[in-house]
Design a protein around this ligand. Structure first.
Ligand code: 17E
Ligand code: FE2
Length: 418
């Protein structure tokens, strides 16, 4: 009998419930079992480290990434000043500029274990350069990264007479999802109308929906109920995502309770971006100062799908950022008070499997025989310790190939006298 030869064999992998070897062949997971006897072209002993499906970045703006300070810094720290600064910066966009920054950011994320990304692309700029750039990037990275692009009308669907047409054009060009920003439209009526228009376009072109929804501290901003109602009536349910929904953190509990029932019926997905909203929101408050983040814990407790996004890496809204999803999970634990052990584990799930659900990728995601061989090895023994230490991702394996390798830092203690 000849021994099977795998392309890649990972020894001593810690999954959540057991320790196994994982064999990879032709880009797929071929075997998962303890002590696989076979040989492989490349064998890595991961020594009991946690092996996880890759991180999922469910919400980022790659078109604006790495532009912080251009042409000026955001002095108020608000969403609205960020939109103004971006409006100035986007006048000088070129395809090369968008692609270079997006690819640099994606490489940074992939080397930290992210292999699935949903990015918004501003389509309220008449040349659609941001969108075209990101569609080209989607193609360029496809051998190692799955990128979804949302057509996002940053200035509003009705903020300019051309924007509605540009949004539709973006779908014709191949955007994966339709976006929106109802709380930024001129009037409440325009906001409601924009949500209806987004659903109409999504159904016409058979696309997903991901709306920036109620990203404001105004407790009167109530577009989430409109999104949920449309999701129920259209039957689009799980193909719909509400991003940010920070006003939900300011609603009174009587209304929030009623809304929660509607949300549960709708089965839509939620994305919170705690790094960005803990800094953008609450800017008009003195004290007490609101956290400005949606009700992550309560949505999760209600059984709804919640994932977490980075949102920004060095852009007009947030000048910091590295794209490391453990930063996001760590911040969620704090801001959303998800400090119980099961809650900390849930925050890890929100940057992995819950994100996969939001992106509608479940068939291609997870560590199971027959699935594409996408996985990461963390320098940790549990989800809890991965978040606590924001552990190094030692190996990123994409479609069966070792894509990135990082050595964890090693400290030598020199303080003891001999
Ligand atoms: N645009 C927006 O409307 N909201 C955000 N958080 C970012 C861009 C980053
Ligand atoms: Fe966003």
């Amino acid at each position: 009998m000849t021994a099977t030869s795998w392309d890649l064999l990972l020894r001593h992998c810690r999954l959540l419930d057991r320790e196994v070897d994982i064999a990879i062949k032709d880009g797929k997971i071929a075997a998962i079992a303890p002590n696989l006897a076979e040989i492989a072209q490349l064998e890595l002993d991961v020594k009991g480290k946690l092996v996880s499906p890759p991180f999922v970045e469910s919400h980022i703006h790659l078109d604006t990434a790495l532009t912080a300070g251009e042409p000026r810094w955001n002095k108020t720290g608000t969403l609205f000043e960020g939109i103004e600064i971006w409006r100035e910066r986007k006048q000088s966009l070129t395809l090369e500029d968008v692609k270079r920054r997006a690819i640099e950011t994606l490489k940074q994320q992939a080397s930290q274990g992210v292999l699935f990304v949903r990015s918004h692309a501003d389509v309220s700029e008449p040349s659609l350069t941001a969108l075209q750039g990101l569609l080209e990037v989607r193609e360029f990275v496809k051998d190692w990264m799955t990128l979804q692009v949302v057509a996002f009308p940053q200035d509003g669907v009705y903020g300019n007479p051309k924007n509605d047409e540009l949004l539709e054009e973006a779908l014709k060009l191949g955007a994966d999802a339709v976006g929106g920003i109802p709380h930024y439209e001129f009037t409440r009526e325009d906001g409601v109308k924009s949500v209806h228009r987004i659903f109409e376009l999504a159904q016409k072109y058979n696309r997903l929906i991901d709306i920036h929804c109620d990203e404001i501290d105004d407790e009167q901003s109530r577009f989430l109920e409109v999104v949920a109602a449309c999701a129920i009536r259209s039957g689009m349910g799980t193909r719909v995502t509400a991003s940010h929904t920070t006003a939900f953190g300011s609603y009174n509990n009587a209304y929030a309770g009623k809304l929660m029932g509607l949300l549960t019926r709708s089965q839509i997905n939620f994305i919170a971006n705690p790094l960005i909203n803990i800094t953008l929101q609450g800017r008009t408050d003195t004290y007490p100062k609101r956290r400005g983040v949606t009700r992550v814990k309560e949505l999760w407790q209600a059984g709804l799908n919640v994932s977490l996004g980075y949102d920004c890496v060095q852009d007009p809204w947030y000048s910091l950022g590295t794209g490391n999803m453990l930063d996001v999970a760590h911040m969620a634990v704090h801001v959303c008070q998800m400090t119980g052990m099961a809650e900390i584990d849930a925050c890890f799930d929100m940057v992995t499997s819950h994100g996969a659900k939001t992106l509608d990728l479940e068939d291609n995601y997870g560590i199971k025989v027959g699935k594409p061989a996408n996985l990461i090895v963390l320098d940790a023994d549990s989800r809890y310790n991965a978040i606590r230490c924001r552990s190094t991702v030692c190996y990123t394996i994409a479609q069966g190939r070792l894509l990135a390798q990082t050595e964890p830092p090693v400290t030598q203690w020199k303080g003891d006298r001999s």
